[in-house]
Structure formats: C-alpha cells, structure tokens
Ligand binder design. Structure first.
Ligand code: FES
Length: 134
C-alpha cells in the first residue's frame, strides 16, 4: 500500500512528518503557511494533481472545516475515490441535542453556513436538507 501525505505547518522547520508517520513509508508533500502553499486554493491544485496522477482508492483528511469542504469539492469529480474526514469540532452538550458540533456535508452545490453558524440556523438547514453519507 502506497501512502501519500499532504502535511501542513507554519514553516518547513515546523513540519512534524516523522512524529506523525512514526516510521510508516509515505511520500510527503509539505505545505506551509510561510510561503502560502497551505492556502485552500494551493492545496486544491496540489490535491487535484496528486489524485489525477496517483488515482488513489481513498483520501482522508482531518482538520478544519475548510479542508473538509475542499475534500468534498475535489472528490465530487472523482466519485470512485472514497473520502473520509475526521472533524475537529468544539462540543457543547456532548449528547446530540444542541447541534453545536453538527456540520453540513451537502455544501458542494449550496452555499454553506460558516463554521460558527448558530445551532438554530444549522437546525433549520437540517430540516430542509439531507446529510451525505460519509
Ligand atoms: S455537542 Fe451538542 S450536539 Fe454535539
């Protein structure tokens, strides 16, 4: 199994690829805040290039809402590629009643609320849209 990792950090010196990969063999593409290569637009160009070249079976991401939406947007063009996300989300009630941790996944064709949207606005959208199965 070949692994390609796109990892971000503020600078090249801050990249923690060895700490994260722990000896796993991977082709690492570092992207950095310092040179702008970690911007969503730049990462999208890189991801599209990597997917077109490598035709992966699956793509995974963790991190911000913008990366989640980027993955969804890119993989819409590659329906044969499985996509999974690990969300970073603050929780409030921890029981599923406040909706503060809910994120919509159907934003590829609709405008999305910002990550800090109010629970009531998310609840309103949940009643009018369906969540995509991930
Ligand atoms: S933290 Fe309240 S629903 Fe997730």
């Amino acid at each position: 199994m070949a692994i390609t990792a796109v990892m971000s950090a503020r600078t090249r010196d801050d990249l923690m690829e060895h700490e994260f990969l722990r000896g796993a063999s991977a082709q690492v593409h570092g992207v950095f805040d310092a040179d702008g290569s970690s911007s969503v637009d730049a990462v999208e160009v890189r991801m599209r290039s990597l997917i077109a070249q490598q035709r992966p079976d699956a793509v995974y991401t963790c991190g911000s809402h913008r990366l989640l939406m980027l993955l969804q947007r890119v993989l819409a063009d590659y329906p044969e590629v499985v996509g999974e996300v690990a969300m970073e989300q603050r929780m409030a009630c921890g029981m599923g009643v406040c909706l503060s941790c809910v994120r919509l996944f159907d934003c590829a064709t609709q405008s999305c609320p910002p990550p800090a949207a109010s629970p009531s606005s998310i609840a309103k959208r949940l009643t009018s849209t369906s969540l995509a199965p991930w």
